[in-house]
Write a protein that binds this ligand. Structure first.
Ligand code: LLP
Length: 429
């Protein structure tokens, strides 16, 4: 028996020539459930979480999974059972947390555009904290809380003006971004919030971007945040917790982000040095908990060699895997049968892997050497984050099914959309 893991994905490996997630072969799962099919490893999610937990040993820290990365109920249940809180951005996400057995008291509500209805629902559910993003939002949240005779626990999301050196669409902590309150407006905004009867200031928050692969932006953000905490507390407003957001990157294509525990050792050393080591800490990781825990299995429909380009047309598309089209993102693509991995000396074809959607932007990988034929199955790697949660029904394609593997057990956590699912709620004239 031979076993070989893929870089960055210890629970996704070839065993006896077949790609497996933990102890389940993907061929068997694809034959049972069809393709495209997302398959996740529970052990991989828990291992990613454990890296953060190790980093926080002996500290007062709350990990709030940023569920926008993957909000399927079965995935949320894994994190709820592991004791996580959740970072949400809508009432829909709150409803999912509650449906998955999550604790409302450990929910933090981020986002620049919360509606009054969403504020009301979150207040009535008793969430832990609103991460407020503007002065206008502070006044509206105060009004809503007063009308319910409640006090809303708040953090102000600060824009620390730190460059995370990532894709511009997922950089959020620079001046000129729509997120957070500007660094130089922070103290005045806290003073305003602290004077309102419907609000209770509990913390401070930042989130500088996503798929961050350097530690320096985080370390810079610590200093800028602590400077602010000192000035806010000097003005008589206690800050009970400091939230450093999410954003830690994963290995998609040889990327080498810091490991969560190593990063936090350095962050905590800085906090300790400035006397904040025992302060309650919050973080909002998304991608780094689930990204490398998932693959999307797809079947080759046709090979289409051409004069300028060869195409490998598969049954997954930009509606299932929107990241390449949206951010020119790289996802590795490997065959389920190890012997079909392209070797330098084999008869492989360099292809663009594309889906059936009627757009040239519908591509999953460019210029990939492949030694496969129609009917073979491929796995698109690192597909646990921001794939299913950003999927759509574009071209009236059903949203894919999802399986969560736990050792030898495979749980179907989402059925493929039926046609009735797709048309639900629509009416003829
Ligand atoms: N907290 C807040 C306030 C956020 O906006 C985000 C992500 C996170 C936490 C979690 O960040 P993470 O740890 O996952 O990097 N769709 C894009 C990523 C968008 C990230 C949006 N905000 C992608 O596929 O790359």
């Amino acid at each position: 028996m031979t076993s070989r893991t893929l870089p960055g994905q210890p629970h996704i490996h070839y065993k006896d020539g077949q790609l497996c997630v933990e102890d389940c072969t993907l061929e068997a799962l694809a034959s049972e459930h069809g393709t495209p099919l997302f398959v996740y490893s529970k052990a991989s999610m828990l291992a990613a979480l454990a890296a953060y937990q190790r980093g926080f040993t002996g500290r007062n820290a709350q990990i709030c999974y940023a569920m926008k990365a993957n909000s399927s109920l079965g995935v949320l249940q894994v994190f709820a059972q592991a004791g996580c809180g959740f970072d949400i951005v809508s009432a829909g996400e709150l409803a999912r947390v509650l449906a998955a057995g999550g604790d409302a008291g450990k929910v933090i509500f981020s986002g620049v555009g919360k509606t009054r209805r969403e504020m009301r629902e979150a207040l009535l559910a008793g969430i832990g904290c609103f991460n407020v993003e503007s002065e206008a939002e502070i006044d509206v949240l105060n009004e809503v809380a007063v009308s319910l005779q409640l006090r809303a626990p708040i953090s102000i999301r600060v824009n620390p003006n730190v460059d995370p050196k990532t894709h511009p669409y997922i950089s959020t902590g620079l001046k000129g971004s729509k997120f957070g309150v500007a660094h130089d407006r922070t103290l005045a905004t806290y003073q305003h919030a602290a004077a309102l009867p419907g609000l209770h200031v509990v913390g401070i928050d930042c989130h500088i971007g996503s798929q961050i692969t350097l530690e320096s932006p985080y370390l810079d953000a610590v200093d800028r945040m602590l400077d602010l905490v000192e000035s806010i507390e000097a003005a008589g407003i206690p800050i009970h917790h400091i939230d450093f957001g999410g954003g830690l990157g994963i290995n998609y294509n040889g990327d080498t982000p810091p490991q969560a525990d190593a990063l936090w050792t350095k962050m905590l050393a800085k906090l300790d040095a400035r006397g904040f080591g025992q302060r309650k800490l919050m973080i909002e990781p998304g991608r780094s908990l689930v990204g490398n825990a998932g693959v999307c299995v797809t079947e080759v429909l046709f090979m289409k060699p051409g004069e300028q380009k060869n195409f490998c047309i598969v049954d997954a598309a930009m509606n299932d895997l929107p990241r390449p089209a949206m951010y020119q993102a790289f996802h590795d693509i490997v065959p389920l049968e190890q012997k079909k991995r392209a070797q330098p000396d084999s008869a492989s074809l360099v292809c663009d892997v594309v889906g059936p959607v009627c757009e040239s932007g519908d591509w999953i990988g460019h210029d990939r050497p492949l030694a496969v034929a129609a009917g073979d199955r491929l796995a698109v790697l690192s597909a646990g984050a921001y794939c299913m949660s950003m999927s759509s029904n574009y071209n009236s394609r059903p949203r894919a099914a999802e399986v969560l593997v736990d050792g030898k057990q495979a749980h179907l956590i989402r059925e493929r959309d039926s046609l009735a699912d797709q048309m639900r709620g629509e009416r003829l004239l």
